[in-house]
Design a protein around this ligand. Structure first.
Ligand code: AMP
Length: 251
């Protein structure tokens, strides 16, 4: 992968990169389309990164529809799909740890998550050597951590955030939505609806916390205002969903 990217670099071609864990949907493909428009070459990585999953999380059951993913990439004009089986030598011992944006929000229930994300993203940047890398705002804290890492460590990659892509019913697209039963999915819709309403309130955090506590079938994980966005996570059955919106008067 590195050699391929270096050959593109020598030919004066720019490289756009979309890191993913696969189970690709319209959200991922929106990042791919933007990368396609803005670069000569597009690379998608598909790697379910074990170091960002906690011991009780869904690493083993995470969906891996490899053939469908490759067909979607081919149809979207992706130049290369980088899908390694493992990125970690057995005696791997070096970590990237961002220490401010990685606190609070998702890190409260997923304490090792962002160390795994920052480490794998820097590794992938070093392998793919992109000019631009595309990340979804759906994972707002991830964008904050990556932007900070890139700035702090002088990584020569332009991070391009892309707005959240939603289904017609308002639910943010996510590979984890397929865990929801039809009944759970119906119940989950209160989450994006209340988040949108909350983002227009004077006290969005308190408003959303109270509103979500009243919804049957949704268990609140956190609500937190960070960097101008109202961010939240909830449990619907055994599925954890995250979402966020810019708050009134901010971006
Ligand atoms: P994942 O495969 O879940 O790690 O996601 C790969 C990339 O796609 C990340 O940058 C995500 O933020 C982005 N992404 C996932 N879902 C969406 C969505 N609904 N809208 C926009 N970007 C998304």
């Amino acid at each position: 992968m590195q050699q391929l990217s270096q050959s593109w670099y020598r030919a004066g071609e720019s490289v756009g990169f979309v890191p993913t864990m696969g189970a690709l949907h319209r959200g991922h493909m929106t990042l791919v389309e933007k990368a396609r428009r803005e670069n000569d070459r597009v690379v998608v990585s598909i790697y379910v990164n074990p170091t960002q999953f906690g011991p009780k999380e869904d690493l083993n059951k995470y969906p891996r529809p490899r053939r469908e993913d490759l067909a979607l990439c081919r149809a979207a004009g992706v130049d290369a799909v980088f899908a390694p089986t493992s990125l970690y030598p057995e005696d791997f011992s070096t970590w990237v740890e961002e220490t401010v944006q990685s606190k609070g929000r998702c890190a409260v229930s997923r304490p090792i998550h962002f160390r795994g994300v920052a480490t794998v993203v820097l590794k992938l940047f070093n392998i793919v050597l992109p000019d631009r890398a595309y990340f979804g705002r759906k994972d707002a804290q991830q964008v904050d951590v990556i932007e900070r890492m890139v700035r702090d460590l002088d990584v020569p990659v332009k991070v391009v955030p892309v707005e959240t892509v939603r289904d017609a019913d308002g639910l943010a697209l996510s590979s984890r939505n397929r865990y929801l039963s039809p009944e759970e999915r119906k119940r989950a819709l209160a989450f994006p609806r209340l988040l949108r309403l909350a983002s227009q309130q004077k006290q969005p955090e308190a408003w959303l916390r109270q509103a979500l506590r009243r919804v049957v079938g949704i268990k609140l994980d956190y609500v937190e205002l960070a960097n101008g966005r109202l961010c939240a996570a909830v449990w619907v059955g055994t599925t954890r969903l995250i979402d966020n919106r810019p708050v009134r008067g901010k971006r």
